[in-house]
Design a binder for this molecule. Structure first.
Ligand code: HEC
Ligand code: HEC
Length: 384
C-alpha cells in the first residue's frame, strides 16, 4: 500500500524506549530499567479514507425505532483524520502496559470485531470474565457491555485500556507513552488541529473509528430489496420461523438491527448468581435482574461464535437447540420465553421442539445476516 511522505520519513520500523513504570496496577514492582521494544509505524494511504462519507441507508435513518435509539450518537461528528487516528489507536499494542495488547487482540475484524474464543486473553494471560462483544452499529447502542453498565461509547473506550486484565495501562501515563512514538504527533495534529495528546482525544478518536463499523450490507439486506429472490428454500423457511411469532425470536432481536436496547433473561440458568455471573443482577442486587443481559444484535452472528455472555455455545445450531429444547426455569424468565407468553401467568419455559429441518433453516437464515463488506474492508483493518 502506498505510504505518505509524512509516514515514510520514519521508516518501516522505529526503535523506541518505553519506560515501564514500577507502579502499574496488578503488576509486581519491577526495576525502573528501560525496556527496548521494536515498534512499527502504521502504513497509511496517501489520501485519507472518506470515513465521514459513510452513511447508514435511508431505510435505517428513517426507521422510527432506530431513530429513537440513534439519538445519542447522531450528533457525533466523524472526521476522516479522527477516524484514521482511531484506527491506529485501535490496533496499537502500545496503548497497553506491556506493549503487547491492543483492542484488536480481542476484537478481531475476521470475527465481526468479536473473538473466536469463549473468553479472551488480555495482559495478565488470564481469560476475560465474559465473551468479547462484537462491535457493530454502536451508534444505536447507548448502554454498553453485556450488563449495560456504561453509558456512551466515549466513556466506554478508555475502560479496557485501564482494566488490569485487558490492557492494564495507568490512564494518566497514556499521553506520555504515546508522545514517545513518532507517528502520533502528526495524527493528533491532523485530527484535532494541534499535536496535544490527551485521554479525551484518544477516547474521541477511538469512538469515531468504532462508529464506522457499520453492518447493513448482508444477503438479508439484499433480500429486502429483491423480495428474497436471492434466498434458498431453507433460508426462506428460516426467515418465516424467525418472524412468525411462534419462535418469538424477533420479539426480542427486533428491527433492522436485530437487537433490543433492553436487557432480558433468556433462561440459560436457573440461578445465574450461583453459576458465577448474574449480569445486571450483580449491579442492582435485585433478584429480578439475576441473569439479565443485553439483547445483542444478531447482525454478523455467523462470524461471532462462540455465543452468549460467557461463550457457552460453540455453534448457531447449539443456540437454536437451546431455545428449542432447554430454556431453564427461572423465577424471572422473560414472558416471551414462557409457555403462557406476554401477559400470561407462570414461568414454565417455552419449548419450541423444532424439527431438525426447522433448526437447520433457522441457522441458514441467521447466516444471511453476515455482513459482506466490513470483514474485508482495509480501512477497518490493521494499519501496522
Ligand atoms: C482482553 C480482551 C479485550 C481487549 C484488549 C479489549 N476488549 Fe473490548 N470487550 C472485551 C470484553 C470481554 C467485552 C465485554 C465485557 C463485559 O461486558 O463485561 C468487551 C466489550 C467492549 C465494548 C462494548 C460493546 C457493546 O456492544 O456494548 C466495546 C465498545 C469495546 N469492548 C471496545 C474496546 C476497545 C476500544 C478496546 C481497546 C481500547 C477494547 N475493547 C479492548 C474484551 C476486550
Ligand atoms: C426474551 C427475549 C429473547 C428471545 C425471545 C430470544 N432471544 Fe436470543 N438472546 C436474548 C438475550 C437476552 C441474549 C443474551 C443472553 C446472554 O448472553 O446471557 C440472547 C442471545 C442470543 C444469541 C447469542 C448472541 C451472541 O452474540 O452471543 C443468539 C444467536 C440468539 N439469541 C438467537 C435467538 C433466536 C434464534 C431466537 C428465537 C428462537 C431468540 N434468540 C429468542 C434474548 C432473546
Amino acid at each position: 500500500m502506498a505510504r505518505s511522505r509524512l509516514w515514510s520519513q520514519y521508516g518501516v520500523c522505529v526503535l523506541v524506549l518505553v519506560l515501564l513504570h514500577a507502579c502499574k496496577k496488578n503488576q509486581e514492582p519491577t526495576e525502573d530499567a528501560p525496556v527496548v521494544t521494536t515498534v512499527k509505524a502504521p502504513n497509511l494511504p496517501d489520501s485519507l479514507f472518506a470515513y465521514s462519507a459513510l452513511k447508514f441507508p435511508d431505510s435505517w435513518l428513517n426507521d422510527s425505532a432506530l431513530q429513537l435509539f440513534g439519538a445519542s450518537g447522531a450528533n457525533i461528528e466523524i472526521s476522516d483524520a479522527g477516524a484514521t487516528l482511531g484506527r491506529v489507536l485501535f490496533y496499537d499494542p502500545m496503548l497497553s502496559a506491556d506493549g503487547m495488547v491492543s483492542c484488536s487482540s480481542c476484537h478481531l475484524q475476521a470475527h465481526g470485531f468479536g473473538d473466536n474464543t469463549a473468553r479472551s486473553i488480555g495482559l495478565t494471560g488470564e481469560p476475560s470474565r465474559r465473551n468479547t462483544m462484537p462491535l457493530a452499529n454502536l451508534r444505536y447502542q447507548r448502554r454498553l457491555f453485556w450488563d449495560a453498565r456504561t453509558v456512551g461509547l466515549e466513556n466506554q473506550v478508555l475502560e479496557p485500556i485501564e482494566h488490569p486484565d485487558e490492557m492494564g495501562m495507568v490512564l494518566s501515563d497514556l499521553p506520555d507513552q504515546l508522545s514517545g512514538l513518532p507517528y502520533y504527533r502528526t495524527l493528533f495534529q491532523a485530527a484535532f488541529g494541534d499535536s496535544v495528546i490527551s485521554t479525551d482525544r484518544i477516547a474521541t478518536a477511538l469512538g469515531q473509528f468504532i462508529r464506522c463499523i457499520r453492518v447493513h450490507s448482508s444477503r438479508y439486506d439484499e433480500g429486502l430489496e429483491t423480495d428474497f429472490a436471492n434466498f434458498s428454500d431453507s433460508e426462506v423457511q428460516g426467515r418465516e420461523l424467525f418472524f412468525n411469532g411462534v419462535t418469538r425470536c424477533n420479539q426480542c432481536h427486533s428491527g433492522l438491527n436485530f437487537f433490543s436496547t433492553q436487557a432480558f433473561i433468556n433462561g440459560l440458568e436457573v440461578d445465574y448468581a450461583a453459576a458465577g455471573d448474574a449480569g445486571i443482577g450483580e449491579l442492582t442486587g435485585y433478584a429480578e435482574d439475576d441473569g439479565r443481559f443485553r439483547t445483542v444484535s444478531l447482525r454478523n452472528i455467523g462470524m461471532t461464535a462462540p455465543y452468549m455472555h460467557d461463550g457457552r455455545f460453540e455453534t448457531l445450531r447449539d443456540v437454536v437447540d437451546f431455545y428449542s429444547d432447554s430454556i431453564a426455569w427461572h423465577p424471572y424468565l422473560d414472558e416471551r420465553l414462557t409457555v403462557t407468553g406476554v401477559d400470561g401467568d407462570g414461568q414454565e419455559p417455552y419449548r419450541l421442539a423444532l424439527s431438525s429441518s426447522e433448526r437447520e433453516a433457522l441457522v441458514d437464515f441467521l447466516l444471511t445476516l453476515n455482513d459482506t463488506v466490513i470483514q474485508d474492508a482495509w480501512w477497518l483493518g490493521d494499519p501496522f
